[in-house]
Design a protein around this ligand. Structure first.
Ligand SMILES: C[S@@+](CC[C@H](N)C(=O)[O-])C[C@H]1O[C@@H](n2cnc3c(N)ncnc32)[C@H](O)[C@@H]1O
Length: 276
C-alpha cells in the first residue's frame, strides 16, 4: 500500500479535480458540520488574541462560514471566502454590512492588494495544490503592518506517528489513511524525523505534496489534503518574503502550551502569527 505521504508534483488537472470535489461533495459538507463553535474556538481565539479586532479581516477557506461569524460576533468586520458555493450555502442568513461571504479561490483572490489588516485561515493550506501561490495571495491582500494567521495540522510532525504507534501498542485503533498499522506508524515516524532535519537545516522551504483521496465517501482525517503541511516551510517562506514571524507556535491548554514553547516546529498543530 502506498503511504499517505508519498510526495507528488501538482498540476492544473489536480487543481481542477480539487475544485470540483469541494464544489460538489455533500459528504464533505456533512463532515464540515462537525466544525462547530467548540471545534473552531481555538482558531478564533488565536486570531482574536494576536490581531487587532478593529482590522478588516479575511477568513480564507472558511468552509461552512462559522469561524467568520464567530470572528464577527467578537466585533470584527469580516469577509469569509471559500472555493465551494455548496459549503457557503447556509451563510446568506448571517450576512450584514460587516459580515460578507464570497466564493473565491485562495490561489487567485479577487481582492485589491493590501485590502485587509488581518488575513487568517484554518485548515486551508494543506488542501491547496499550490501553497506558495496561496501564501503569496495572503501576503498580497494584507496591508503593510497587517497580520497573517495560519492554523491547521502539522502533517510533518514526528510526534503524531509516535502517538499513533504508542496508541496501537496499547490496543487502540490506528488512524485511517495515515497509520493503520504499527509498521506504518513506525515508518512515518522515521520519515517525519528525517523530514524534520532536512527541512530544519535546509536553506529553502521544501513544499511537498501528496495525491489527495477525493473518491472515498467516508472522507475525513485529511484524506483530501495535498500539501504535506509543515510550519518550517511556512516560517522559511514568510521570512524569505521579508515578513516577520511574531509567534512561531501558539499552544492551547497545558500540553499545547508545553509543546508550543519547547517544540514549536514539531507540535501537532500549526498556529503561526506573521506580520507584514
Ligand atoms: C478542512 S476545511 C476547513 C474549513 C474551515 N476553515 C474550518 O476550519 O472549518 C478546508 C476548506 O478549504 C476550502 N478550500 C480548499 N481549497 C481552496 C481554495 N483553493 N480556495 C479557497 N478555499 C479552499 C474547502 O472548500 C474547505 O472548506
Amino acid at each position: 500500500m502506498e503511504s499517505a505521504q508519498t510526495p507528488i508534483s501538482t498540476d492544473q488537472s489536480l487543481r481542477n479535480r480539487m475544485r470540483k470535489f469541494y464544489e460538489t461533495s455533500e459528504a464533505y459538507k456533512n463532515l464540515l458540520n462537525q466544525h462547530n463553535h467548540v471545534y473552531l474556538k481555538s482558531y478564533v481565539d488565536l486570531v482574536d488574541w494576536y490581531t487587532p479586532s478593529d482590522e478588516y479581516t479575511l477568513d480564507l477557506g472558511c468552509g461552512n462560514g462559522i469561524s467568520s461569524k464567530m470572528l464577527h460576533d467578537r466585533g470584527r468586520n469580516v469577509v469569509g471566502v471559500d472555493i465551494s458555493p455548496l459549503f457557503l450555502a447556509e451563510t446568506k442568513k448571517w450576512e450584514n454590512d460587516t459580515l460578507k461571504y464570497f466564493v473565491g479561490d485562495a490561489l487567485s483572490l479577487d481582492f485589491e492588494s493590501e485590502q485587509f489588516g488581518v488575513v487568517c485561515s484554518n485548515e486551508l493550506i494543506e488542501h491547496t495544490p499550490d501553497v506558495e501561490a496561496t501564501l503569496l495571495e495572503m501576503i498580497r491582500v494584507t496591508r503593510k503592518g497587517g497580520r497573517i494567521v495560519v492554523a491547521g495540522p502539522n502533517l510533518c510532525s514526528p510526534i503524531m506517528p509516535l502517538l499513533d504507534f504508542t496508541q496501537m501498542t496499547f490496543g487502540r485503533d490506528g488512524r485511517p489513511i495515515w497509520a493503520e498499522t504499527k509498521q506504518q506508524a513506525f515508518k512515518n515516524l522515521l520519515k517525519n524525523t528525517k523530514l524534520y532535519f532536512k527541512k530544519r537545516f535546509g536553506q529553502q522551504p521544501n513544499f511537498l505534496y501528496r495525491e489527495p483521496d477525493l473518491e472515498n465517501q467516508i472522507i475525513g482525517g485529511d484524506a483530501d489534503s495535498t500539501y504535506i503541511a509543515s510550519p518550517i516551510d511556512l516560517e522559511k517562506f514568510f521570512r524569505q518574503q521579508g515578513l516577520r514571524i511574531k509567534k512561531l507556535c501558539v499552544g492551547f491548554g497545558f500540553k499545547g502550551k508545553i509543546m508550543a514553547t519547547f517544540f514549536p516546529r514539531t507540535s501537532l498543530y500549526i498556529s503561526m502569527v506573521i506580520e507584514k
